[in-house]
Design a protein around this ligand. Structure first.
Ligand SMILES: [Zn+2]
Length: 199
């Protein structure tokens, strides 16, 4: 009656048998013990420390929290504009939403688009939601770019009245409530995406 021992990153469901206490040192937050047998108290992926024999269940979000790599696609909100860059908080990395943590990114004016951008405010405004690609890591900050067709603003509100803006042309937006017209560096799927954007 030997049960196959678990491997790192095995998918586990709540209540699933994991092994015996002679085999593993179970984590109190994610497992419980009954008659010397270890069971999962939540669903997720197994994390095994083979040296310490520790066993723990982590969700996708927990496992991926700290991992941001060059080339990743992220979604975030514009926090502030400077003369030559913007600051962004991003929460979504490669379509996975990280509810428990966020990261900070910068986009330099030269990384906004393939063409020359004279004024940052013609490409972004505070509270815009945008998609970008990670190009560099500096300590705990990330350098991002939106210089691609599928990168740039995916959702923007009117700076005057807060109504979501409609696309009326290449990098052109219009507010149907107050008539205000604005420009942005738009992603090709502006306001036409299925991902969850409001947190
Ligand atoms: Zn408006």
């Amino acid at each position: 009656m030997s049960k196959k021992s678990k491997e790192n990153d095995d998918i586990i469901l709540t209540g699933q048998y994991l092994g015996v206490v002679e085999e593993y040192l179970p984590d109190k937050q994610s497992t419980y013990i009954r008659d010397g047998q270890i069971y999962a108290t939540k669903s997720g992926l197994i994390t095994l420390d083979n040296k310490k024999k520790q066993i723990e269940i982590k969700t996708h979000q927990e496992k991926d929290r700290k991992i941001v790599k060059i080339g990743d696609i992220v979604i975030g909100t514009v926090l502030f504009l400077r003369q030559y860059s913007i600051g962004i908080n991003f929460y979504t990395i490669n379509r996975k939403i990280h509810f428990n943590s966020y990261y900070f990114g910068n986009i330099h004016v030269s990384q906004i688009a393939d063409r020359y951008v004279e004024k940052i405010s013609e490409a972004f405004q505070i509270t815009d939601i945008l998609r970008a690609r990670v190009i560099k890591q500096k300590y705990n900050e990330f350098e991002l770019t939106t210089a691609d067709k599928n990168l740039g603003v995916i959702y923007a509100d009117c700076v005057i009245c807060g109504t979501p803006l409609d696309k009326i042309g290449y990098n052109k937006l219009r507010c149907q409530r107050c008539g205000n017209q604005e420009s942005r560096k738009l992603s090709s799927d502006y306001r036409n995406i299925s991902e969850v954007l409001r947190f």
